[in-house]
Design a protein around this ligand. Sequence first.
Ligand code: NAD
Length: 501
Amino acid sequence: MSSATDTTETPVDVRAQAVDALPPAAAYIAGTYRTGSGGHHTHRDPATGEELRSWSLSGPGEVDDAVGAAIPAQREWQGLEPGQRRDALLALAETVAAHAQTLAALVSLEMGMPLRASEAGVLAAVDWFRHYAGYADKIEGAVPAVGSPSRTLDYTRYAPYGVVAAIIPWNGPAMALALKVAPALAAGNAVVLKPSELAPFSSLYFGSLVTIAGLPNGLVNVVAGGAEVGARLCANPAVAMISFTGGSVGGRAVAEAAAARHVPTVLELGGKSASLVFPDCNVDRTAKLAAILGVAQNSGQGCFLPTRLLAQRSIYERTVEAVVAAAAKFRLGSPFDPGTTMGPVVDERARERILDTIAAAERRGDGRLVHGGRRATGGGLAGGNFIEPTIFADVDPASPLARDEVFGPVLAIIAFDDEADAVEIANGTSFGLAGYIWTSDLGRAHRLADALQAGYVSVNGMAALPAAAPFGGWKASGHGVEGGRHGLEEYLRIKNVHVQW
Ligand code: NAD
């Protein structure tokens, strides 16, 4: 992949290539694009407001046909030898790698993520496919100690569910699809992938890569659309397992739909994760990183980003100053400009919702606005959905700003007295996705890692979803995991076979 700073491709070229690569229709079923029969949607470039597509999203007919096409494809897939599935998944990984530049550019075009971050996400997605390809021929059961070995054999074996629904959000679509499709296929399932209507293009393009890689037609079908398309998919009797990533409201609806049919789910939901900053870390460096991770990274539109910064009182003022100084240097701009550190938020609705959230927090006095807080329109940004990096200090830990997910470039800074106070504040939301500890005291790091109610804890850094490690939420952040062996097992059911003679 050429990097965004290559001189051979100007930023304009990359964007133009992405426009040329826009998929023609909102459904990809059994190896071909199909015009959607669902609701009309106009997709605008979040950075410019320019219309990219005005089209019909997938409708009920496409959803049903996608599931119908997946059924025979899954049988064919399951009938292959494990090594054949491994090789096919490796071929898919290499096909995605060969088309990484286009896939990354489509992500940046559809939802505004700076190209360098999109590229990193696509390369990580390739790694997830390679990782799970390696599991395809290593799925093995056990022989539990049951009965006399001279008269009995008891063994376990794993089976795929069949057709799996993978419902993903718009905020990092290439990664999100890999986190689900890679383990689901490695386990022997077929997948109907439902991307958000706000970021449909990369998933549809990915569907065509599955065909290019030579996997059976219908093994991965893509139906782009809104919540109603997801709901239709969840209700289809042939969908035997649902993996959902999204917000709490959608997650609850999916859980209810799944419960009605006794179908298992993985739910990866929202978060309000905290960075805990202690005086024994490199405070200035940490504050800068906290500003990048909590505000600039994907413009705050990330489930596990640390959108609360908790600093001990002795370093509190210094931390606030350093965060503001770092945020003042962020450069808002086109996702295709290599100098951009912060792109737009996903659409006009998100922009207005975030600005309303900021205004409400100010009105209520949830905290003291120390940086940003407005829409950014200068320097050619007026057509896009840009919001200034926004920092609130002295935030009341009990306030909505400290407890609710904003999903925008808004950081809440809170002072704490000691470890116990920090833990109480960090755990004081309904969420439990991630926690970040910044300290040079090893004992403190492990104590706090144990005390934080979160499925993912990072000390002095962030690993950004490696394929080999389980990632998942506690509490209202969901249940089930993605990554590693545990992530594979979400897509397998176990059978015990007891034989007597
Ligand atoms: P969302 O819940 O609105 O939508 C997510 C997906 O679910 C979309 O494809 C949507 O169309 C679909 N959907 C919504 N309601 C549905 C329903 N009733 N039935 C079936 N499908 C339905 O979320 P979003 O705005 O796309 O994404 C942002 C949210 O996702 C944030 O809350 C963020 O924290 C969360 N998220 C979580 C993780 C994680 O791994 N925990 C990762 C990324 C994003």
